[in-house]
Write a protein that binds this ligand. Structure first.
Ligand code: R5P
Length: 293
């Protein structure tokens, strides 16, 4: 098995190749033509081999690079192509909210799977997106990676910033054997939220170390408001953990100002990237390579 790391996911791709037992790992050559078009070339002997292409699609350029890499790998004679998209962009528009809109998550799924034999991603906005693939598609979870990290930290209570994250925080709480609760969240607009405490709590939080668990941190609005609320309630320390750390604009600094530690997995490059999903992705790759054989 060969692993190719696109420019958005080079470090994670190398970690995946190590998890697979130091399989050959390559970084494609990329450049821009004078008119701005992207050029990619993959090296190594890929003919007849299984190839894993790893590339998050946070930007449109990342997505284009992924599509070109898939074609390049197919042209190079790969036997099977496993496409790993650690952060799957456009997944939030998973249905038509208003007439005239696309179902962007479906459009992306159809294009990403074009040259793939199987697709693997991590913590999709909605698991429903998996149904848009016509090829085998799998979702790894970012929870074990964050749990491996939090296990070493002196935490007392886990908190989801909204009801949508209840399954996630419950699973994390089971692994870490900690109490948990979810805040009430009302979204005002794309950058502002209103949060309130639930009617009952499973444990006292005064003087305790609380860890906020979310799937994605984007503008940071949710985590900043949640941290302020929990501090007002008497928490002595607050950590914030997420699978996908986008940290738009000054989100990281704003969160840093109201928390004690910030953790994210390596699905995206960011200053809080402390946990790796490489073992969890490698496990699916090994399993599926065997089952598709
Ligand atoms: C919401 O459903 C998600 O789980 C996150 O809480 C949200 O997307 C975070 O966005 P932001 O960082 O912009 O508040």
């Amino acid at each position: 098995m060969h692993v190719i790391g696109g420019t958005a996911s080079t470090a994670l791709a190398e970690r995946i190749s190590r998890e697979l037992g130091n399989t050959p790992f390559g970084i494609p050559y990329t450049k821009r033509f004078p008119d701005g078009e992207l050029y990619v070339r993959v090296g190594g002997r890929l003919e007849g081999d299984d190839v894993v292409v790893v590339q998050s699609t946070r930007t449109d350029q990342d997505l284009l690079e992924l599509l070109l890499l898939e074609d390049a790998v197919r042209e190079a004679g790969a036997r099977r192509i496993f496409v790993v998209v650690p952060y799957f962009g456009y997944a939030r528009q998973d249905r038509r909210f208003f007439p005239g809109e696309p179902v962007s998550a479906r459009t992306m799924s159809r294009h990403v799977e074009l040259d793939a034999d199987a697709v693997i991603t991590v913590d999709l906005h909605s698991p429903q997106t998996l149904t848009h693939f016509s090829k085998p598609a799998f979702e790894a979870s970012g929870i074990p990676a964050i749990a491996r990290l939090l296990r070493e930290r002196p935490l007392d209570v886990l908190v989801s910033p909204d009801k949508g994250g209840v399954d996630r925080v419950r699973r994390m709480a089971q692994i870490l054997d900690k109490p948990w609760f979810a805040l009430e969240k009302k979204r005002i607009d794309s950058e502002h939220v209103e949060l309130s405490m639930p009617a009952t709590l499973p444990a006292a939080i005064e003087g305790k170390h609380l860890a906020l668990i979310d799937d994605v941190i984007t503008t940071g609005g949710t985590i900043v408001e949640a941290a302020k609320l929990l501090t007002k309630q008497g928490a002595s320390a607050i950590s914030a953990a997420c699978t996908h750390g986008l940290f738009l604009r000054d989100a990281f600094e704003r969160i840093k100002a109201v928390t004690d530690e910030i953790y994210s997995t390596d699905t995206l490059r960011n200053p809080a990237e402390k946990a790796s999903v490489a073992p969890d992705i490698a496990q699916i790759l090994v399993r599926e390579a065997r089952s598709l054989a």
